[in-house]
Design a protein around this ligand. Sequence first.
Ligand code: GMT
Length: 388
Amino acid sequence: MRIGIVCYPTFGGSGVLATELGKALADKGHQVHFITYQQPVRLNEFNANIFYHEVRVPTYPLFDYPPYETALASTMVDVIVNNQIDLLHVHYAIPHASAAFMAKQIILKTTGRNIPVITTLHGTDITLVGRDKTYAPVVTFSINESDAITAVSNNLREETYKSFRIEKDIEVIHNFVDVSRFRKKGIDAFKRVIAPNGEKIIMHASNFRKIKRVEDVVRIFAKIREQVPSKLLFVGDGPERPGAESLGRELGIQEEVRFVGKQEQMEEILAISDLFLLTSEYESFGLSALEAMAAGVPVISSNAGGLPEININGVTGFLANVGDVDGMAAHAIALLKNAAMLETFRENARKQSDRFDIHHIVPLYEALYNRFLQEGAAQPVAFDSYVN
Ligand code: GMT
């Protein structure tokens, strides 16, 4: 199969998932063409089946806002017709689903081919940005025009039906993790640098947006360390980082908190961690929590959105209401103080992540693609066909 994948190339969960999916499909012999404005962060190895097409957005003094969506749709057309792409899989609705609709129409008109478009909804494209009145009509239209729609959790599926007038079935294909990559033994030297006196290592990873409530993480950690010698490791970066830093200083715990910035080797950091905190106001899924579980790190999280679909309360970690700092801290302390319980939770977390292993989930996408495959590949059409 020749598959076009459109995604954000950044550290966000949707881009990570899309890249890992593309890599897995390429390993299975499919030809995968990534179309985006930058090399995706997780696309860091050579694979003969992977192609990368950069969307260039020519600027002009007239443009206060360079038209990315137009450039993206044109690049999609170019890549599809010149590489005989069988289908287009776009991740995150805005603006990928509407650009895909435009590309589909152009290809239909110029070559007579109806290229299947699959849209995977990831979270804030529905629950935050997509709901905004400015975007909602285009989001609704382009989701409905997709040949298939998938959501990364049951919760996101329900949220989509609640927020938009969707006339089609939304299929749930949960996010996945390559568990084999996360089953690592922690490097002792690394652990000693972070926790020189054998302190417990508490970790949070995100894009530090408001929705993640990173100040809750700092407050929970402040309570934990009153009872359990521990260090807090912040992975990632974003707008709320300065606030988290100054709260740490205000609470007098700045020496115990370390910001390590954006990291590609999450498995190395998770391998030395004892507990993962995810305090989000909403998470459609919480891919970072799943990666933690795959590494055998129990998760203390809010019960928002799709988190209860992966983090099982009292089994793989604990859930609490959004903003319940005391509750989350109490759970964390109880777990960290009880070595036997911590070990059981570690094992449970690993087992739970096996359910979302890449080997179970990627075939679901392949089966979906197969439903839309047309007989016979299209003939290549030169890009010059579109300009005089
Ligand atoms: O969390 C973010 O803000 C990034 C965002 C993204 O699209 O990159 O993450 C969303 O998609 C991830 C992958 O499907 C999910 O694991 C995250 O839960 C979801 N984020 C939210 O719903 C807030």
